[in-house]
Design a binder for this molecule. Structure first.
Ligand code: CDT
Length: 308
């Protein structure tokens, strides 16, 4: 047994003008619940410090747009979270909007260990949505305007007694995300998400959001023999309904804990990292059964090229 007690700290809505201080108070309250339940790591969602601002169009130099980005981590406003986590001896995963000193903007997540040291930084690879203002939509999804696609790809890190990986929201829908980490021996993947229930390009998908959410994460977990911790910012935020359904998923693909509200809620599970090898060493023994020479198109080709 290599047990790791994990808390998935789902967040309810964050209002447009809610201060960082107020949000950090909410995160610390969830950390305290985590401490009471013996958590070693608490997982906060994507863009956990602010409202999901890509729903609005802002000109590039808008002060409000810039106000949603962090220029340092920790900052004066987020330091209390780092301090309290360290005092409690709990590690955490946190998603936020990052503005680098040379002006690059990424949708980022970090992993901090139980001693308060930064273990990992991940910048979102798959950026969904659109680049230009589309006023015919009930709300925007302008991630592609506000964030660059990271070229750094998917890494894994040794932490918490295992091999940890990070992906963010839309990344979870792509099998390559899990497989690239699977090939590096990942044992637990943290995935924060903000998923509006309404998908303007094809609203027929709206009632399937919860199904698709679990479908992709359960498949990714099972096919790579890894734990997946999916954590939402859910509920109705500034009039936009977003998916909750945070879940802890075992290497078998089974959901072992699931949120039952769409607000701030901590779900916990004791995750045996040794469970991974039961899949990695049998049905999904990559070294024995994979046929990469037959998959070359995956690494070489981006879009679909049907036969003539
Ligand atoms: N945050 C994020 O990546 N959300 C997307 C919405 C897709 S629709 C533009 C998701 O895949 O859940």
């Amino acid at each position: 047994m290599r047990p790791l007690t994990v808390g998935a700290a789902q967040l309810g809505p964050i209002a447009r003008y809610e201060t960082r201080a107020k949000v950090v108070e909410r995160l610390i309250a969830l950390l305290h619940q985590g401490a009471e339940r013996g958590c070693e790591v608490v997982v906060f969602p994507e863009l956990a410090l602010t409202t999901f601002f890509p729903r609005w169009y802002f000109p590039d130099d808008s002060p409000e747009l810039l106000s949603y980005f962090e220029t340092e981590m920790p900052s004066a406003q987020t330091q209390p979270l780092f301090d309290e986590a360290k005092r409690l001896g709990i590690g955490f995963h946190l998603g936020y909007a990052e503005l680098t000193p040379d002006g690059h903007r990424y949708n980022t997540a970090i992993l901090v260990d139980r001693s308060g040291s930064l273990v990992a930084k991940y910048r979102k690879v798959h950026i969904p949505g659109h680049e230009e203002h589309e006023p015919q939509r009930p709300f925007q999804h302008l991630e592609r305007r506000y964030f660059e696609e990271s070229t750094e790809g998917f890494s894994v890190w040794r932490a918490f007694g295992g091999v940890m990986g990070i992906a963010l929201c839309n990344d979870r829908r792509w099998p390559e995300t899990y497989r690239v980490m699977g090939l590096q021996g990942v044992e637990m993947i943290f995935i924060g998400y903000n998923t509006p229930l309404h998908y303007a390009p094809d609203p027929v998908q709206d009632p399937l959001q919860a199904f698709h959410n679990h479908l992709v994460m359960q498949a990714g977990a099972y096919q790579n023999g890894t734990w997946v911790i999916g954590v939402a910012k859910g509920g109705t935020e500034e009039g936009v309904e977003s998916l909750a359904h945070s879940a802890v998923i075992a290497p078998s693909g089974q959901i072992v804990a699931q949120a039952v509200t769409d607000g701030d809620e901590l779900i916990t599970a004791q995750c045996d990292l040794d469970w991974c090898s039961q899949y990695k060493d049998t049905l999904f023994d990559f070294g024995r059964y994979r046929r990469p020479e037959t998959y070359q198109l995956i690494g070489q080709q981006k879009g679909v090229i049907p036969p003539p």
